[in-house]
Design a protein around this ligand. Sequence first.
Ligand SMILES: Cc1cc2nc3c(=O)[nH]c(=O)nc-3n(C[C@H](O)[C@H](O)[C@H](O)COP(=O)(O)OP(=O)(O)OC[C@H]3O[C@@H](n4cnc5c(N)ncnc54)[C@H](O)[C@@H]3O)c2cc1C
Length: 473
Amino acid sequence: MTALVWFRHDLRVHDNPALFKAAEIGQGVVAVYVHCEAYVRLHSIAPVRLDFVRRHLHTLVNDLAALNISLQVIHVTKPAEIAPALLRLAQQLNVSHLFFNAEYPVNELNRDQSVNQLLREQGILVKRCHDRCIVPPGMIRNGQGDPYKVFTAFKKKWLQTVIPVNMKPYGAPPVQPVINSKRASIKEIDQLFTAHDLRDLSELWPAGEKEAYRRLDLFIEKSITRYQDQRDFPAIDGTSTLSPYLAVGSISPRQAIAAVLAFTRGEWEGGNAGANCWIGELIWREFYQHVVVDFPQVCKRKAMQAHTEAFPWSYNPTFFNAWCEGRTGIPLVDAAMRQLNETGWMHNRLRMVVAMFLTKNCQIDWRLGEEYFMSQLVDGDFAANNGGWQWSASTGTDAAPYFRIFNPVSQSERFDPNGEFIRQWVPELAHLSNRQIHNPPALGNYPAPLVDLSESRKSTIALFAQLPGFAAH
Ligand SMILES: Cc1cc2nc3c(=O)[nH]c(=O)nc-3n(C[C@H](O)[C@H](O)[C@H](O)COP(=O)(O)OP(=O)(O)OC[C@H]3O[C@@H](n4cnc5c(N)ncnc54)[C@H](O)[C@@H]3O)c2cc1C
C-alpha cells in the first residue's frame, strides 16, 4: 500500500528520513504539505519567511515529481482541522502509513499527537522520524541523568555521543512506482498563502535544495578556514547565511556537518580552527532544540530560569518602536535593526547586541523582542530565537550572567572599527569620521541616544540583584 509523507520544516528530498523510510516500503509515495492560517498568526511568522516557504514548495513539487511522488497541499484555518484533513487524504489514497519528521515545541508535539491518535484509530500506522537534530533530544544527559543547562558541557557530551553515530546523510530515495495521484499546481500552492502578507526577497534568498548546497559549498571553499576570525564582523561576509535554509529544512544539519567533515577529512576537532568553530555553532543550534524539549516552559512564554520572571520588565512603546524602526540613536543598534527590516536577516553578533540593548538598557520584556524578530526573520526558528533572546536577557541557559552587559558603543568600535556596516545601513552618519561614527555628536537628522547606557546598565544590574531568591542561583 501507498505511504504518505507529511512535509513540514524539512522541505527537501535528499537526506530526509521520513521520505526515505516511506520509500523503503516500496509501493509508492504521496507527499502532503498542510498550511494552517492560525499557526502563522500564533507564531508571528514573517511575510518574508512565508514567501520563502511558498517558493520552496514550488521547487519541492518538481523535485518530488522527478521521483514519481506527487505533492498535494491542504489549507486549514485552525490546528484542530489538521488531523481530520490528513485522515481524509490518507483514506482517499488508501495509505497504510503516514511518515513525518519530528518537531519539538509543545504546540507541534500536541498537534502530532492528535494526528497520531486519529490515524491509528483508523488503522493507519504513524511513523515519527528524527531529523531536526543530529542527536535526538533526550539523549544528552549529565551523570545524574539530567539535561544540561550550560552549553559547554552540552557540547562536550554531544561530541562524545555523536561520533559513533552514523553521520552519513541519506541520499534521495529511489524513483517510486507510479501511483494515480494528483499533484498540486503552482497556483494551488500560491493560494495557500492568500490570507497573509508576503514579501518576495527571492534575489537575496533564492529557494531550494540546490541553492542551500551552493551556499554550503561556497562557504566551505571560501570562508570556513577564516570563520573563527571573521564571524563577528558584520561588514564581512564571514558566515554561511545558511540559517534560512536550515530553518525551513531545505538542508539538514547532517548534510552541513558531513560536508565539513569531508573538508577536514573526518576531523571533528583539532583539524581546522574555522571548521571546528562552525561545527560549534551547529551544536548551539542543537542545544536550543534540546532545551525546548527538556525545559518545555520556554514554549509557554516563560523564562527558563523561573526566578527571573519577577524582573519588572518595561513595555514602554516609545522605546520599543524606536528599537524596531532603527532609530535609537545608537548607530550599531540602528544599523542592525535596519538590516533586519530590509533583508529579513541579521548578523549573529548584532542579534546579541540589539537583544541586550532592548532588554538590559531599555529594560523591555524580552518576549516583545522575540516576537518582533519572528515577525521579520526569514530564518525565524522558535528554538534558536527563544534561546538567543533568553540568553541575552539572562533569563535562559548558559553564561550571560545578568551583570555581563554588552556596551553597544564598545561593540561597535570593536566589531565595525571603520564604521563600514554602519555607513551601509545608516547613511545619515556616513560623513562622520571612524572615531565619531560609533557615538555621534548631536545631529539634526539623527536621534540622540534613547537611554543613558551607563545609568541604564547600573539600574538593570541592581534590579536583577534584588530578584527574590536570586542568591540561591
Ligand atoms: C536574539 C537571537 C535570536 C536568534 N534567532 C534565530 C532564529 O530565529 N533562527 C536562527 O536560525 N538563528 C537564530 N539566532 C542564531 C544566529 O544568530 C543565527 O543562526 C545566525 O546569525 C545565522 O547566520 P549564519 O547562517 O550565517 O550562521 P553561521 O555562523 O554560518 O552558523 C551556521 C549555523 O549554525 C546555527 N547557529 C549559529 N549560531 C547559532 C546560535 N547562536 N544559536 C542557534 N543556532 C546557531 C544556524 O543554524 C546557522 O545557520 C539568534 C541569535 C540571537 C542572539
